[in-house]
Design a protein around this ligand. Structure first.
Ligand code: MN
Length: 480
C-alpha cells in the first residue's frame, strides 16, 4: 500500500491532520534504507504494514506515526534526540515504549513466569497505545513467519501463545487474538492444522451454499424494510475448533460449528427491527435469544444473539449490532480508546491515565476469574511495583524502593542470609541501592556470612524484615 492510500484510510475515520504520518513515512523509509527482511523484501514494508494495521484499528495520528517508526530506535542509527525533535515527546515516548518491550526477552515456558511477564509488559508500557503498537507489530511478524528458520518459528510462536494472544484477549481485541491463535496453531502444530484446514475446506462448499441461500432470503426481506445494514459472514477460528476437539475429546465430524452471520446497522432501534424481520422470516430456535444490548456483558460487549433455522435446515446464529458495538467487539480497548481521547483532552494526562485504568478494569472484569482479576487490579493500581531479573532471566516482582537484600530474600532466605554484596547489570552496588524495573540483579554470597542488624533499617519488604529478625533472634544477635 502506498502512503496516499494510508492517508486516505486515516482521513475516513479521523479529522486529525495526518502531516506527521507522512513525515514518519519518509523518515522511516530513509532510516531503514538498504535493510531487508528474511523474506528478501525491503525492511520498510514491515513498518508500513504495522502502520496500516493500526489504521485498521482506527488509532490516532500519533499511534499510526509511531507504528511507522517503531523499529527506528532499535534497528537503525537514529539518535533519540533526533526522533524527539522531529516528532515530539508523545510519538517519541510511544516508540521508546515499544523498543523497551522488544528488549524483554521471554525465555521461560513456565505459566507463572508468563504471568509475571504480562505484568511486566504492562508496567513497562505506561501508555496502553504502546501495547497496541506491539500487538500490531507481533501480528505482522506472525503473518510473515514462514520465512524464518523452523527454530525461530517455534520460539516466536511460543512467546506469542504465552504472552501476546492472552494479552490481546484481556484487552478485548478478539479479532487479533483469533488471528494470532490461528497463526500459532499453524506453526506449532503443523500437521493438525493442515488436517483441520482440509476438513473445513471439504465441508466448505456445502456450508457455503447453505449460508448463501440463507443470506439471499434474509436480504430479500431486509432490503424491502428500508433499514440500513451490512451483512458479514463470520470468520472461522481453526484453533478454536482444535481446542474444542481436545477439550471434548471428539473427532472433527462431531464438533458443531454453527453457521453464523453478523448484521451491522446504524442504531439500537434498528437492531431490534432487524431481529423482528429475522424472527418473522425464519423459525427461531427456542432458548437461543440473548439480549446483550439491554444487558451488556461486563466487558462492554453488546449485540443481539439469536439462532434460527435456515431454508436448508441448518441452524444459523445471527448477531445484530451497531457499528460502534461491532468495533468494540472486534478491537476491544483499541476501539474504546478512540472514543475516550478527544482533541480537547489531549494535554490532560491525568485524565487520560484515569481513563485507561478505568477501561482496563472494565475490560478485565469479564476476562479473568475473580481472583485473577483482583490480582491484576492490584498490580495495575500499585504503580509502585518494579519487575527485575535474576541472572538466569527469571522475573521477580518487588515493591519499588526494594534493595538487593529484599531481592536476595525474595529468591531464598539462605541467599539473603549469606548475602555480602550485589551487582546490578554487572556493576557492584551498595546494599542500600534502590533497584529499578528491568535491572538484572546478582547477589554475591559467602558461606559463613551473617545478616547485619543494620539491614532492618534499609529493607523494604516484610518478607526480608521477618527473615532477618528470625535469623538474628535464633543466633542471639538481636538485642530487643
Ligand atoms: Mn517490528
Amino acid at each position: 500500500m502506498e502512503i496516499q492510500e494510508l492517508l486516505k484510510k486515516f482521513r475516513e475515520y479521523s479529522n486529525q491532520e495526518p502531516t506527521l504520518i507522512e513525515l514518519a513515512y519518509q523518515f522511516s523509509k530513509e532510516a531503514h534504507l538498504n535493510q531487508t527482511r528474511a523474506s528478501g523484501e525491503i525492511y520498510f514494508t514491515h513498518c508500513m504494514a504495522v502502520a496500516e494495521i493500526l489504521a485498521d484499528f482506527r488509532m490516532d495520528m500519533e499511534t499510526v506515526s509511531a507504528g511507522m517508526l517503531h523499529d527506528v530506535l532499535e534497528d537503525t542509527k537514529t539518535p533519540h534526540e533526533v526522533l524527539k525533535k522531529e516528532f515530539g515527546e508523545e510519538i517519541y515516548n510511544l516508540v521508546l515504549g515499544v523498543t523497551k518491550i522488544d528488549s524483554l526477552k521471554f525465555s521461560s515456558r513456565d505459566e507463572a513466569q508468563a504471568e509475571n511477564w504480562r505484568r511486566m509488559l504492562l508496567a513497562t508500557a505506561k501508555d496502553i497505545r504502546v501495547i497496541i503498537i506491539k500487538l500490531a507489530d507481533r501480528l505482522h511478524n506472525m503473518r510473515t513467519l514462514d520465512y524464518l528458520s523452523p527454530e525461530k518459528q517455534v520460539e516466536i510462536s511460543q512467546e506469542t501463545v504465552s504472552l501476546y494472544a492472552p494479552l490481546a484477549q484481556r484487552l478485548g481485541m478478539f479479532e487479533i487474538k483469533s488471528e494470532l491463535e490461528d497463526l500459532i496453531f499453524k506453526h506449532l502444530h503443523k500437521s493438525e492444522y493442515e488436517s483441520i484446514f482440509a476438513q473445513v475446506q471439504s465441508q466448505f462448499a456445502r456450508r457455503e451454499e447453505s449460508l448463501e441461500r440463507f443470506k439471499k432470503e434474509l436480504e430479500k426481506h431486509l432490503s424491502s424494510s428500508n433499514i440500513p445494514y451490512r451483512l458479514l459472514s463470520r470468520a472461522k477460528n481453526l484453533y478454536s475448533i482444535y481446542r474444542k476437539m481436545q477439550i471434548q475429546n471428539r473427532p472433527f465430524e462431531e464438533i458443531q460449528d454453527a453457521l453464523g452471520v453478523r448484521i451491522i446497522t446504524d442504531s439500537i432501534l434498528n437492531c431490534y427491527a432487524i431481529l423482528g424481520v429475522a424472527h418473522s422470516v425464519f423459525k427461531p430456535i427456542a432458548g437461543t435469544f440473548t439480549d446483550y444490548i439491554s444487558v451488556p456483558k461486563m466487558n462492554l460487549y453488546q449485540s443481539l444473539h439469536t439462532t434460527v433455522v435456515s431454508p436448508s435446515g441448518d441452524p444459523v446464529e445471527i448477531q445484530i449490532r451497531t457499528e460502534d458495538m461491532h468495533r468494540t467487539a472486534e478491537y476491544g480497548i483499541a476501539a474504546h480508546w478512540k472514543y475516550k481521547v478527544g482533541e480537547k483532552e489531549k494535554d490532560d494526562h491525568l485524565n487520560e491515565k484515569l481513563n485507561w485504568l478505568r477501561q482496563w478494569i472494565e475490560w478485565l472484569q469479564d476476562m479473568s476469574s475473580p481472583r485473577e482479576f483482583i490480582e491484576s487490579f492490584k498490580t495495575e493500581l500499585d504503580l509502585d511495583q518494579i519487575f527485575v531479573f535474576t541472572p538466569k532471566g527469571e522475573v521477580k516482582a518487588l515493591p519499588s524502593g526494594s534493595t538487593p537484600i529484599d531481592f536476595a530474600y525474595a529468591v531464598h532466605s539462605d541467599i539473603g542470609n549469606a548475602c555480602i554484596g550485589a551487582k546490578i547489570n554487572n556493576k557492584i552496588v551498595k546494599l542500600e541501592y534502590h533497584i529499578k524495573s528491568g535491572e538484572i540483579v546478582e547477589i554475591l554470597t559467602r558461606k559463613n556470612a551473617v545478616p547485619s542488624p543494620d539491614w532492618l533499617k534499609i529493607v523494604r519488604t516484610a518478607r526480608a524484615r521477618s527473615k532477618i529478625r528470625k535469623y538474628l533472634r535464633e543466633h542471639k544477635l538481636l538485642e530487643e
